[in-house]
Ligand binder design. Structure first.
Ligand SMILES: C[S@@+](CC[C@H](N)C(=O)[O-])C[C@H]1O[C@@H](n2cnc3c(N)ncnc32)[C@H](O)[C@@H]1O
Length: 264
């Protein structure tokens, strides 16, 4: 059956740096070579951003770090097309895009190809029947273990306390104390805390501690307030740059939850 998304065709304009998922599948283990050819020398690191949307954030970071190669992946054709136009406009040789799903990570990257995986504000799939769709679970994390180098990192940010709790639960951590909204007016505070209550998981929705995940990754650090607690965390190219969604959450006074996993 023919695929009708008009942006699927338009993406072909940028085929030198945007891959469709099936093309990317044949590239596994070829990313360093491809970037070396684009850059004229091998990149210092290869970083994957999952759910890069229109690549505005990716391009901002890539522009400041020409020594690092960045691959952004997103499922939606239209946002990837917008991202492709941006990469073209900004003439960023160290950025490429994949239109595909992060669930195919194992097919897209070869063993030990990646230095870092960034997962910022992934869809929370918060309803009970949807929890199984969350990216941060055994199948994806074992694929990420394979794709990352030893000591490679996964950086995860979310505005969703339930998803944050979920990741900690996989590592057998106790339920975290969530932050207060001390800056807000009483009305805002009660609205926001209601929102937080709604967003909190029922305790019986949390996954059990997972030995396979813990054998693959060390829970390096986590925070219930990414922008408030800056000491001690790894400095990264994204450290001082909020994503598009993050800018909205920060403006609303919502805390940003942060998790850093180190590949064993
Ligand atoms: C809530 S938005 C966050 C966008 C961006 N990371 C930010 O912080 O501004 C989530 C993005 O992830 C993408 N996405 C959802 N599931 C995906 C998957 N399985 N693989 C790749 N991208 C996915 C969506 O299309 C969307 O662009």
């Amino acid at each position: 059956m023919a695929f009708l998304n008009p942006y699927a065709d338009r993406l072909k304009e940028f085929s030198s740096f945007v891959l469709n998922d099936t093309d990317a599948h044949s590239l596994a283990q070829g990313w360093h070579k491809l970037f070396s050819a684009r850059l004229g020398n091998p990149p210092a690191k290869l970083t994957l951003e999952i759910g890069c949307s229109n690549a505005e954030f990716l391009c901002a970071v890539a522009g400041r770090h020409p020594e690092i190669a960045f691959v952004g992946i997103d499922w939606k054709f239209k946002v990837v097309y917008k991202g492709a136009k941006r990469i073209h406009r900004e003439n960023l040789k160290n950025a490429m895009l994949v239109r595909g799903t992060a669930h195919d990570l194992e097919k897209i990257f070869g063993e030990g190809e990646l230095d870092e995986i960034w997962i910022f504000f992934p869809d929370p799939w918060a309803k009970k029947g949807q929890l199984k769709k969350r990216l941060m679970q055994e199948s994806f994390l074992l694929a990420a273990h394979r794709a990352l180098k030893k000591n490679g990192r996964i950086f995860f940010k979310t505005d969703h306390p339930g998803y944050f709790q979920w990741v900690l639960a996989l590592f057998g951590e106790p339920e975290p104390v969530l932050p207060e909204y001390s800056q807000a007016t009483p009305v805002e505070r009660s609205m926001r805390s209601r929102q937080i209550q709604v967003r909190r998981l029922e305790k019986d929705g949390l996954p059990a501690a997972n030995a396979a995940i813990q054998a693959a990754f060390r829970l390096e650090r986590y925070s219930t307030d990414y922008w408030g607690e800056r000491t001690g965390r790894t400095v990264t190219p994204f450290s001082e740059t909020p994503t598009l969604f993050e800018q909205l959450f920060v403006k609303d006074g919502l805390p940003i939850y942060y998790v850093e996993l180190a590949r064993r």
